[in-house]
Write a protein that binds this ligand. Structure first.
Ligand code: 5GP
Ligand code: ZN
Length: 114
């Protein structure tokens, strides 16, 4: 999608600090980190929100956990731990309408989240 900032990072039209890439997923550092480690993990297909997932996305989403696992290894945050977050729509705090997983680590996380 031409106006989407994450699609532009995926196509390398704009720069991102890329951590991991395969044929389905790209991971890069968040531009405004909320923790010492803050990585965005995005499917290369432009899927706006979690609400837009369909049967044909099973393969991509099925690989998401494995991709997160690779990135926690690369970032060395498996111990003492980390948090993953997906925001959906305005009440969920979503600002960029290209599905993405936040990986947050490097400090103590709190509950309930803000
Ligand atoms: P959301 O609120 O949609 O779940 O999160 C969007 C995230 O994208 C925010 O954490 C924000 O800092 C990040 N972000 C927005 N624009 C850019 C950008 O151009 N580059 C990078 N690396 N991150 C961005
Ligand atoms: Zn997009």
């Amino acid at each position: 999608m031409s106006s989407c900032i994450f699609c532009k990072i995926i196509s390398k039209e704009i720069e991102g600090k890329i951590i991991y890439e395969d044929d389905q997923w790209l991971a890069f550092d968040d531009i405004n980190p909320q923790a010492p480690v803050h990585v965005l993990i995005v499917p290369k297909e432009h899927i706006p929100t979690l609400n837009d997932l369909k049967e044909n996305h099973r393969d991509i989403i099925g690989n998401m956990g494995v991709v997160i696992n690779k990135i926690t290894e690369i970032k060395n945050v498996r111990e003492p731990g980390f948090r993953v977050v997906i925001n959906c729509n305005p009440a969920g705090g979503q600002l960029v309408y290209h599905l993405h997983v936040h990986l947050l680590a490097g400090r103590q996380m709190h509950w309930p989240p803000g």
